[in-house]
Design a protein around this ligand. Structure first.
Ligand code: ASP
Ligand code: MG
Length: 411
């Protein structure tokens, strides 16, 4: 171990932060300012603005038959932004060099459009840093051992950044995005929302899984595995942002970190199914075979030993799911199939509920006081979710935020 460990940070700038040449210049200015405080900076960038969306729609026009070719196409967005950002740094007199993934390489498996990073060789980055340069690395892309270009899935530049931070043993990874941190709830829904100073990896993973689109889910998983601290912040202001870190380092020690909601699900009920062994598998295996993700499931035993099975699926897969379920329901001799798209899932997330009984009942009471009916409930160690009528979404967020006293002065 060297005595004088040099401080390395990895910074990642998302599409909005590099959306125009002017913004790219602003990012270069920010990097130059940061360079005075740390020894080495490695920067990961996404494609400019909505470039990846534009490329996806070009591919759609041709039917997107080949995921291999789609990856060749989509990875081009990041090639443009690393070159422009390096130019903007050079323009300011800051030494910089761009790297595409094959130039390191960042080796992935063969899964086009959803590739997993297997290995990163950081030698060329270290050489570049040694020359006093800023190494500017293309996010989102990888290369297979057989030389094919891959991409890591939409939003994958976050994952590139955290993987690089792990491989470089960096001090931390700063993710610059268009929000300035992680909030106790959506500030658009409730003005009392407060920016968190810290959130645990687990809490952040739950939030990402529940639809909070701040970070790519795999990036948080990776950060937890390699213990990479992430600072989520905005490239449009200088506020401190939110640290994503180990639970012990979570400063607030609050019972609940946040309230979140998603409206992207629909509920299906299979009514009056004969209550005998194996029925659930007859319903859920065909859904899994179709690649439909089932989230919450409940079963009530009713009269005459018949059961109602209710579950949620992503709303965009409702039609496909109903086809499968109607067929199975007929085969099983069920009484019928019912569905509802106007539902919302409201969740509270927080490590504090592990050691504090009564969190669930507090949530249910708060909803009941406002006459909000709970249709389904699911829990994990650090999360409780309730399905409710979609028209009460905002109200539910506000009352739960108040019930758990999440507001206060922003930090
Ligand atoms: N440019 C890619 C996308 O839009 C990767 C990223 O932004 O993280 O999905
Ligand atoms: Mg992104």
């Amino acid at each position: 171990m060297s005595i004088n460990k040099r401080k390395i940070i990895v910074q990642k700038y998302g599409g909005t932060s590099v959306g125009t040449v002017e913004r790219i210049r602003e990012v270069a200015r920010r990097i130059q300012g940061r360079k005075n405080k740390v020894d080495e900076i490695v920067v990961v960038v996404s494609a400019m603005g909505k470039e990846t969306d534009r490329l996806v729609s070009l591919a759609r026009e041709l039917g997107t038959a080949s995921l291999r070719e789609q990856d060749v196409l989509l990875s081009s967005g990041e090639q443009v932004s690393v070159a422009l950002l390096s130019m903007a740094l050079l323009e300011r007199g800051v030494k910089a060099r761009s790297f595409l993934s094959f130039q390191l390489p960042i080796v992935t498996d063969e899964r086009h459009s959803a590739a997993i990073i297997k290995q990163i060789n950081v030698k060329n980055i270290l050489d570049s840093l040694h020359e006093g340069e800023i190494a500017v690395v293309a996010g989102f892309q990888g290369i297979t051992l057989s030389g094919n270009i891959t991409t890591l899935g939409r939003g994958g530049s976050d994952t590139t950044a955290v993987a690089l931070a792990a491989a470089l043993n960096a001090d931390f990874c700063e993710i610059y995005t268009d929000v300035d941190g992680v909030y106790t709830c959506d500030p658009q829904v409730y003005g009392a929302a407060r920016k968190l100073r810290t959130i645990s990896y687990e809490g952040m993973m739950e939030l990402a899984g529940l639809g909070a689109k701040v970070l790519h889910n795999r990036c948080v998983e990776l950060a937890r595995k390699y213990n990479v601290k992430i600072l989520v912040r905005s490239s449009f202001n200088n506020s401190e942002g939110t640290w994503v870190c180990e639970e012990e380092e979570e400063m607030e020690g609050a019972l609940i970190s946040g309230v979140t909601y998603s409206r992207g699900e629909a509920k299906i009920s299979v009514l009056g199914v004969p209550d005998k062994p194996g029925i659930a598998s007859l319903i859920f295996i065909p859904l899994a075979d179709m690649g439909i993700n089932v989230d919450m499931i409940i079963q009530n035993i009713g009269r005459n030993k018949a059961a109602d099975v209710t579950f949620t699926v992503p709303e965009e897969e409702l039609a496909k799911a109903l086809q499968v379920v109607n067929k199975v329901a007929t085969e099983l001799g069920a009484e019928g199939v019912d569905y509802d798209q106007n539902i919302a899932k409201i969740s509270i997330v927080g490590g504090g509920m592990r050691s504090n009984p009564g969190v669930a009942s507090k949530m249910f009471q708060a909803l009941a006081r406002e006459g909000i009916n709970i249709m389904m409930i699911s829990t994990s160690e650090i999360k409780i979710s309730c399905v409710i009528d979609a028209r009460y979404t905002e109200l539910a967020v506000r009352i739960l935020h108040d019930a758990f006293e999440l507001g206060g002065n922003s930090v």
